[in-house]
Design a protein around this ligand. Structure first.
Ligand code: NAP
Length: 240
């Protein structure tokens, strides 16, 4: 009787106290999923089938917190949304290091703990939220850009390595989404957080998710053109 009340599908979402992760968790709950959220702050969406774990992805307790989720459920979907990003300040290089630790090494630690379980189950989807800014080195936030290049390469490399293993790995490359993370003074094609979350879920819950998802596509085209322009300037050794 009790078993029948449990959700049929469960997600683990890292970074649910705010922003895109919180919106994703809320929309999954609305669709009848059970969700375990992890953040360094308390919070997350309300719901009978939501459980929140407070832990910093940089702490030594993080890996065991992730593994503890399997104690009472299997996980069908894991989305890594934890992230930080600050505009560059040459007096604050620690922030660049921290950005790499949270965005890139936090993803790697998550994958190390989650992937063996998904492979053992023979099904499941692992998703990371990268950025359309992974196309060229920018001066505004070098650590952030480097973390996103690393995330995109790691996720898409894993997706290639693990095809035919029954597990999907998805690199979601986002343009601007209206959260506290979006700090640029100019934010073309910006999406509100609920629209972004709905588009992410549509892509990752598809029967056969693509390994690379660009949201929104027109911002991806704009970034691709900017990257071609920047690499031509570098090739010609023009100042910039
Ligand atoms: N918003 C955009 O325009 C945009 C564009 C491209 C890519 N992205 C990517 O999308 C992801 C989510 O961004 P967002 O806009 O939703 O950011 P956000 O609103 O700032 O939310 C980030 C979430 O990550 C959590 N977090 C941060 N550091 C953590 C840590 N050390 N340990 C555990 N949790 C931590 C935050 O918790 P606290 O509340 O405790 O800080 C928060 O729940 C990020 O990877 C970001 O790079 C965002």
């Amino acid at each position: 009787m009790y078993e029948a009340l449990q959700p049929a599908r469960n997600a683990l979402v890292i970074g649910t106290s705010d922003g895109i992760g919180k919106a994703l968790a809320r929309q999954l709950l609305d669709r009848g999923w059970g969700v375990v959220g992890i953040s360094r702050s308390p919070g997350g969406p309300r719901g009978q089938h939501y459980r929140h774990i407070v832990v910093d992805v940089r702490s030594s307790d993080y890996g065991s917190a992730v593994e503890s989720v399997w104690a009472d459920r299997s996980v069908d979907l894991c989305i890594y949304c934890a992230g930080i990003g600050e505009l560059f300040d040459a007096e604050q290089l620690r922030r660049e290091t921290d950005t790499l630790r949270v965005n890139l090494l936090g993803l790697a630690e998550t994958i190390e703990r989650v992937l063996p379980r998904l492979l053992g189950q023979g099904h499941g989807t692992m998703v990371g939220l990268s950025s359309l800014a992974d196309v060229f080195p920018g001066r505004a936030a070098p650590g952030y850009g480097a973390s996103k290049v690393g995330m995109s390469y790691y996720l898409e490399g894993l997706a290639s390595a693990l095809r035919q293993r029954g597990v999907a790995i998805v690199n979601v490359r986002l343009g601007f989404v209206d959260t506290k993370m979006a700090k640029s003074p100019v934010r073309p094609f910006m999406l509100d957080v609920d629209t972004a979350a709905a588009r992410i879920l549509k892509a990752v819950l598809a029967e056969r998710p693509r390994r690379r998802v660009n949201i929104p596509q027109r911002a991806a085209i704009m970034m691709w053109l900017l990257a071609r322009y920047a690499s031509t300037r570098r090739l010609l050794c023009l100042p910039g």
